[in-house]
Design a protein around this ligand. Structure first.
Ligand SMILES: *Cc1c(COP(=O)(O)O)cnc(C)c1O
Length: 460
């Protein structure tokens, strides 16, 4: 399989470039130039596979000559052996909905599903290269923990994680800062998540610096993450589908990565009816899909911080699709978004979006209400992100198999949970020890010079 950039389809790339670079040099996102399509009877056959075996089948066609099939098999088995469930994910049925629990990995959020695999891909790639790379990533809490767990202790790679000082929950912070690994560096930036993200973007844009330190990224635009995430759509469809009824997914959404993975599964032949883009009050995607206006506003901090975004980076992949894979038009649209902060979606394109996507946005109060209602009715505790996915279904009246993606364990967001139901959500036993471990992180000013010097100082 070959890849192109959404902004220039004249050059092709291999999976290796796509994986290590993350973002194309022209600023576009990588996308495969063709997809494997599964027929109905083939999808039926997939039902018999374990999660890991299914992952091998789905992922392999995407990676080309990056590694052999048997090497990839070993890596997938190893990656998913770190999960607390044999088949990685779990399902619970509550009322007319199914909750697809994706948080049984080492850091209690769905991001582990892709990140564990990426960590082992890095290790494999670097083993034979005579170089050391430095991953730099900004986090509002979940990405950093998942990335650290995936990279810790691996050879030839360091990871630097920037989080906003005092603005993530103590459990989120401890999941990042209590490991003792020489290749992990935690940095609390005196600023908010946007400041952290801007620092990382500026470091990437500084070619001298980023080439010097061999900088790499693992944010949600990395295509390898998208492929790994499409697997659980296939897996849950096989287990839950009952004949004739349409299947819908509601996906707590920030950067449009996870829900795009569902769309990818649909493009590969999985008969998904609708994907609901569920957002908090940072509702740029809800406004885009319901009103046709993709327009950034100021980010507000919510009880679902992993969805507090202003621009949904992966949305460019959908724009490229709506433009019938026209790279010139996509470049123009992205340039307009950058210059005017705005993209107006015409009716024909909006209809195309709505064939696949619906959207909903929940206020803070509505989110707390969902946590309360679900707990009172079913004795199940949802984290605030998952609650938004659940509540989004209630704003639409969809018949069939309705599956909510549960993206984080409720214990990561104890303040919101106790506010809603006055209950403390405990960590899984295997992770309780982190509460009493010593933490290790440095506090750095919100300054590009200071953070660059910090990184250079650590890798010399
Ligand atoms: C990252 C994250 C999301 C948003 O996922 P995207 O791929 O950015 O849309 C939702 N919920 C949780 C708990 C997350 O960590």
């Amino acid at each position: 399989m070959r890849y192109v950039s959404t902004r220039d389809t004249s050059k092709t790339f291999e999976f290796k470039d796509v994986f290590i670079k993350g973002l194309a040099d022209d600023g576009g996102l990588f996308i495969p130039d063709a997809l494997v399509k599964y027929e109905k009877n083939e999808i039926k056959e997939l039902k018999k596979l374990s999660y890991s075996d299914l992952a091998k089948k789905i992922v392999y066609p995407f990676i080309g000559n990056f590694m052999s099939e048997s090497e990839m098999s070993k890596i997938i088995d190893k990656s998913y052996s770190t999960f607390r469930k044999d088949n990685v994910v779990d399902f619970i049925k509550i009322g007319d909905k199914t909750i697809l629990e994706l948080f049984h990995g080492p850091t209690l959020a769905f991001k582990d599903v892709a990140m564990q695999l990426l960590g082992n891909f890095y290790e494999y790639y670097l083993k034979n290269e005579n170089q050391k790379i430095n991953i730099v990533v900004a986090t509002s809490g979940d990405t950093g923990a998942a990335a650290i767990d995936a990279i810790k202790g691996k050879k030839n790679v360091n990871i630097f994680v920037l989080h906003p000082d005092n603005r993530i929950s103590p459990v989120q912070r401890k999941l990042m800062t209590t490991g003792k690994y020489e290749n992990v560096f935690n940095i609390a930036i005196k600023g908010n998540f946007d400041d952290c993200q801007n620092l990382v973007k500026s470091m990437f844009a500084d070619k001298q610096f980023s080439n010097d330190i061999k900088m790499s990224g693992v944010n949600s635009i990395n295509w390898a993450r998208i492929i790994a995430q499409s697997v659980y759509y296939f897996y849950s469809y096989s287990l839950i589908e009952n004949t004739g009824e349409p299947t819908n997914f509601s996906v707590p959404t920030g950067n449009f990565g996870d829900v795009y993975a569902g769309y990818l599964a649909k493009k590969m032949g999985l008969p998904i009816n609708k994907l609901i883009v569920a957002t908090n009050q940072n509702d740029i995607l809800h406004r885009a899909i319901s009103k046709g206006s993709y327009e950034a506003e100021k980010v507000s901090e919510t009880i679902s911080p992993s969805m507090d975004i202003q621009i949904a980076s992966n949305f460019e992949r959908l724009i490229y699709d709506l433009n019938n894979e026209d790279d010139k038009q996509t470049s123009l649209d992205m340039k307009n978004i950058k210059e005017n902060g705005k993209y107006l979606i015409g009716d024909d394109k909006l209809n195309k979006i709505r064939e696949n996507f619906l959207s909903a946005s929940l206020s803070e109060n509505e989110t707390l209400e969902v946590i309360k209602k679900v707990y009172e009715k079913f004795s199940v505790v949802l984290d605030p992100h998952t609650a938004i996915g659940y509540g989004a279904f209630d704003k639409h009246n969809l018949r069939g198999n309705n599956i909510v993606l549960a993206t984080a364990h409720p214990c990561k967001f104890p303040d919101a949970v106790s506010k809603a139901i006055n209950l403390k959500s405990d960590l899984p036993k295997e992770l309780e020890f982190i509460l009493n471990e010593k933490e290790d992180y440095d506090i750095v000013e919100n300054s590009l010079e200071k953070i660059k010097n910090y990184i250079i100082g650590k890798i010399k």
